[in-house]
Design a protein around this ligand. Structure first.
Ligand code: FE
Length: 199
């Protein structure tokens, strides 16, 4: 067994090769693969992150551990794995709103958010969000951060994968974990969108 450490680019190339092989041999269709990717982008992945967020909202001691060492705290919930060895959680407050990006490529905390959406890998997003975060959030995501809230952009790398702990919305006191889970969106954990509306 080789223990060679591979870069994300090498892994991506291998995945691509495997995908072509599966399609050519008739084992899988492109549609099936697209659907699987979609599931990991929007469903399975972010749901794990949402569980972590809800635990942090409801357990202050866990939140402290999460902010101190996200990878270790996530392990308490059985969440770990490739591209998640070095996660850093940045906490939104009344005064600070956080957004993540990888300006170099597409580093992303896979174990809690799944696969990055295509726009996250887009050079346009990667360049613009660091330059004019408020404008990008408003114009590309329809998300307005109030002027009195500072926007901080965190540039991820393979050594440091950031993600956002959104604020628990007011009016959710006494809510069940299930109700809270439904509020936590992938975009809120990237920092490009709000948590769900409290009805
Ligand atoms: Fe990257």
């Amino acid at each position: 067994m080789s223990s060679t450490v591979r870069t994300p680019e090498e892994i991506a190339a291998r995945v691509k090769a495997l995908e072509s092989m599966l399609i050519e041999s008739g084992v899988m269709t492109t549609q099936a693969i697209d659907r699987m990717v979609e599931i990991y982008e929007n469903e399975v992945g972010p749901q794990l992150g949402a569980q972590v967020v809800v635990r942090a909202w409801t357990d202050p001691a866990f939140k402290a551990r999460l902010v101190a060492d996200a990878s270790e705290a996530c392990k308490e919930l059985g969440i770990s794995g490739l591209q998640g060895e070095d996660m850093v959680v940045v906490e939104n407050t009344e005064a600070v709103h956080n957004v993540i990006v990888c300006t170099l490529c597409s580093c992303y905390p896979w174990p809690v958010l799944g696969l990055p959406p295509n726009w996250y890998k887009d050079p346009q997003y990667r360049a613009a969000i660091t330059r004019e975060p408020r404008k990008v959030l408003r114009e590309s995501f329809g998300f307005t951060v109030p002027d009195d809230v500072e926007v901080r952009v965190w540039d991820s790398s393979s050594e440091m994968r950031y993600w956002v702990l959104p604020q628990r919305p007011a009016g959710t006191e006494g809510w069940s974990d299930e109700q809270l889970l439904a509020l936590v969106t992938r975009d809120a954990m990237i920092g490009v969108g709000p948590v769900g509306a409290v009805a």
